[in-house]
Write a protein of this length. Structure first.
Length: 380
């Protein structure tokens, strides 16, 4: 049999599959109506386990790895369809709708904002772009920024989460597991790193370079050309510049911004030493309360899943079924739980979309734990 003949047979089978699928979903619609009338939850775990067991038992040895996957997708689609028909709601969907109604229509121009570092830090630059007249309070660590928000010391906090060159700021994602907050806005900031030193310092004089570990990673190609120079991580690029200025030494330098050069009276030994010119860092603006401003078209969630095959796939299949694009997927190990992870998702979907609201109603019941972090817009 040749390829055209095989394809003709496949097309005929697919046509029959589509007819049967449509018929099956029609019966699911009747089941959805019954469940709604009798106040029965959409998810029936006992029924689904029995169904999947029967599929395993009926599958041939050759199809044992494929048939269960096929039927698990059908079950996911059937459940999603029933939720859509019954207008699935939850405490979370009501909380989201309430936040949309009660949040001010304009993002505030002035607020008390927590940042990590000192004057001149990139978090400050991001804050100045987010707010017109912010009152910035500086803290020594990212954890202190989260704590300042939780305790009400500042209404907002600005924290970096990822860089286009160096990747995610893992320490921040680990802190997300420990703290309660909502994301209200995000911003992408172009980052340039410059080698700054005290006046009169030449490149050949430098024996030590200070900066944040992310900046060091972003400038790895330049740093690899410097022989015999010690690279020392510190809390922040602005802190590095301040340390160099206060040292009064001519054998130390910092990887930092031109703004820090002006703040701390340094000179630029070499400019734009980052690996890539197209170097951006993404910052999130967090708050204690859920605030959803007009134009929110991005949603962030965190969840943990049961440690079993296909657990993450089932979540991704829901996104696919609803046509929701995934912008970012990050995983971090859970403390005190071997080989288990927290998953962080950035979803590309307007908060006003019925599909997103449906997803927010479905996901809490499909995870071990679920945390809605907020819906917001991103400044580019």
């Amino acid at each position: 049999m040749n390829i055209p003949e095989c394809r003709e047979k496949i097309d005929a089978i697919d046509k029959e599959l589509l007819r049967l699928f449509t018929e099956r979903m029609g019966i699911s619609k009747e089941i959805a109506a019954y469940k709604k009338e009798n106040n029965i939850p959409t998810l029936d775990l006992k029924r689904e386990r029995e169904k999947m067991l029967s599929v395993f038992n009926a599958s041939s040895d050759e199809m044992i790895d494929y048939a269960p996957v096929f039927f698990s997708i059908i079950l996911e689609l059937s459940r999603s369809y029933q939720n859509k028909l019954n207008g699935a709601r939850s405490d979370l969907t009501e909380r989201i709708e309430n936040a949309i109604e009660t949040t001010d229509k304009l993002f505030p121009e002035r607020a008390d904002v927590a940042c990590q570092g000192v004057e001149g830090a990139n978090s400050q630059l991001a804050t100045d772009k987010l707010f017109r007249n912010p009152n910035i309070m500086y803290f020594a660590s990212f954890e202190a920024v989260f704590s300042a928000i939780e305790k009400g010391l500042c209404k907002y906090g600005v924290i970096p989460v990822e860089n286009s060159t160096a990747g995610s700021v893992n320490s921040v994602y680990d802190l997300m597991l420990k703290h309660h907050f909502s994301i209200v806005r995000s911003i992408r900031l172009k980052i340039e790193h410059n080698l700054l030193a005290n006046e009169g310092t030449k490149l050949s004089d430098i024996k030590e370079i200070y900066s944040h570990e992310q900046a060091i990673s972003q400038c790895s190609e330049f740093l690899s050309t410097l022989k015999g120079v010690k690279i020392i991580p510190c809390e922040n690029t602005a802190v590095a510049a301040k340390m160099v200025a206060e040292s009064k030494r001519n054998d130390v330098a910092a990887l930092s911004s031109l703004m820090c050069m002006k703040y701390y009276g340094l000179s630029c030994v070499k400019d734009s030493v980052q690996n890539q010119d197209n170097n951006y860092t993404r910052f999130i603006c967090i708050a204690k309360q859920l605030e959803i401003y007009p134009g929110a078209n991005r949603t962030s969630i965190m969840l943990t899943l049961s440690h079993e095959p296909g657990a993450l796939y089932k979540i991704l299949s829901r996104l696919y079924a609803l046509g929701i694009n995934l912008n970012k997927l990050e995983s971090r190990p859970l403390p005190n739980r071997e080989f288990e992870f927290m998953f962080y998702f950035d979803l590309d979907a307007p908060v006003y979309s019925p599909k997103l609201i449906q997803l927010m109603a479905e996901l809490p019941g499909a995870c071990e734990s679920f945390n809605y972090l907020g819906s917001y817009s991103e400044i580019i």
